[in-house]
Design a protein around this ligand. Structure first.
Ligand SMILES: [Ca+2]
Ligand SMILES: [Ca+2]
Ligand SMILES: [Ca+2]
Ligand SMILES: [Ca+2]
Length: 472
């Protein structure tokens, strides 16, 4: 600015001398007495005028800078700021000044640097400019930071690695990353070291709100996924499923009931997780377990009930943690209405015996009169046991044994002990819980597609059948 003002004065002075020189030349031409002395004098006068004009301009501006339009702010370098630790969360976030560079540095692998800005209307385009000015490309990687954009609740809206600094075609080791901010309000920009990377080079981050998008369609606050809300063990407090929105949950660990085992007892495990789904009818459901992200471990038993609470589907999932492929099921829902969906631990096909009673007469069944005579087997579903003869003067209930008569008293007696069978009268179920953990985390996506679950019932199939064919 200072130079510009000086140049203006210089220009005016040069113009004045140039006028004088031109007048001299015109006079010279008119009188035909033009000679070298005139030219030399004109050149000298121009140079002197130029120098004295520049000096005068500089002097004037030095004396009165404001008269030359020179402000103090125009002489300062662009504003720069620095993060103020601790700024490791949204509470301690540093307010961003748009268009100003912020210096930051990662003090440890756990350092998160939070900055925030507030937008006044929806659909603004923010550009994040990130670079590492002091980085030596020969010795340090550009891929050392992860930058994310989060909303007022901390939800991640955008996330990128700075690794493409190195591949920037502009070669200036800086990137501009645009992010559309859909809603009006507070947004956070978070810089953190990339996993297994920690660079102590200071970085620069600058945020510009460059563009007002012309897009003015309304945006809504929606979640990226749903999560079960316990208690949900009854249909009355079941959670609602939405087509296409992934549901996260897990099966609780419980310590209320136990199951006797051969060598030790085990806490009975299981947690009813119940969901409801309102179907418009004629839908094909694609149910995909562990699709949105691989499940840690475990598998689940799932059941679907129709609007009359009739169980219509039941299956064990078969997620394989080695391949991490989702476990996918497809089934149809015919009638419109509310369907019910239930998840628990994967069920084993074994049905362990949970109650035994004595088959006293060894006829192979436990009759109602025998059910109260409880017993137990170490394993399996039946075992021989010995009981006192219920009728000591007679034979055992199955007719075995012998009647003996006391020679002295004449009293007859049967066998003292009878061999009977202890039989299983009730079975329970076994659940499969993940190795070393009783809790199994799941996520599943429930997609309802409006199509007939039965192709044969469609108009298209009727039309197909009407087409002429050679075959009868
Ligand atoms: Ca920091
Ligand atoms: Ca920090
Ligand atoms: Ca649960
Ligand atoms: Ca539950």
């Amino acid at each position: 600015m200072k130079k510009t003002a000086a140049r203006v004065l210089l220009g005016l002075t040069a113009l004045l001398f140039s006028y004088q020189i031109n007048a001299a030349f015109e006079s010279c031409i008119a009188t035909s007495v033009c000679d070298a002395r005139v030219r030399d004098a004109s050149q000298t006068a121009f140079t002197d005028g130029q120098n004295s004009g520049f000096a005068a301009g500089v002097g004037t501006c030095q004396t009165d800078p404001s008269a030359c339009g020179i402000t103090l702010a125009s002489l300062l370098p662009p504003a720069e700021y620095g993060e103020t630790e601790l700024n490791d969360n949204m509470i301690g976030a540093d307010p961003l000044v748009l268009g100003a560079r912020f210096w930051g540095q990662s003090y440890s692998a756990a350092d998160e640097d939070w900055f925030f800005l507030v937008t006044d209307r929806q659909n603004k385009i923010m550009t994040i400019v990130f670079n590492v000015p002091d980085r030596d490309p020969a010795t340090s990687s550009a891929a050392d930071w992860i930058v994310s954009v989060r909303d007022a609740a901390g939800n991640v809206y955008a996330r990128f690695s700075t690794d493409f600094l190195a591949g920037n075609p502009l070669g200036d080791d800086a990137i501009g990353y645009p992010v559309m901010l859909g809603l009006a309000g507070t947004y956070y920009v978070v810089v953190e070291p990339a996993p297994d990377a920690l660079s102590y080079y200071p970085y620069n981050i600058m945020v510009n709100l460059l563009q007002e998008s012309s897009l003015d369609s309304p945006n809504f606050v929606v979640g990226a996924y749903d999560a079960e809300r316990e208690p949900n063990d009854l249909w009355a407090n079941a959670n609602r499923l939405t087509s296409g929105v992934t549901m996260y949950g897990f099966i609780n660990v419980q310590f209320e009931n136990f199951v006797p085992g051969e060598d030790s007892f085990t806490w009975a495990q299981g947690d009813e997780d119940r969901f409801i789904y309102d179907s418009p009818g004629d839908e094909v459901i694609t149910l995909s377990f562990c699709e949105r992200e691989p499940c840690a471990t475990g598998n689940w038993y799932a059941e679907v009930y129709d609007p009359q609470y009739q169980r219509i589907y039941g299956f064990n999932t078969d997620f394989n943690i080695e391949t991490a492929q989702p476990s996918v099921f497809r089934f149809g829902l015919g009638a419109a209405g509310r369907y019910f969906f239930r998840i628990n631990h994967k069920r084993k096909l074994e049905a362990p015996c949970t109650a035994f009673a004595q088959d006293v007469n060894n006829n192979g069944v436990v009759e109602p009169s025998e059910e109260s005579k409880v017993c137990a087997c170490g394993s399996g579903y039946s075992c021989p046991i010995s009981i006192p003869n219920p009728n000591p003067s007679g034979l055992c209930p199955d007719g075995s044994g012998e009647i003996t008569t006391d020679e002295n008293t004449g009293a007859s007696s049967g066998p003292q002990q009878c061999a009977v069978t202890c039989r299983c009268v009730d079975v329970g179920l076994l659940v499969e819980i993940p190795a070393d953990a009783a809790t199994s985390r799941y996520n599943f996506s429930w997609y309802g597609s409006r199509m007939s679950p039965d192709t044969g019932s469609t108009d298209a199939y009727d039309a197909f059948e009407q087409r002429p064919t050679f075959y009868q």
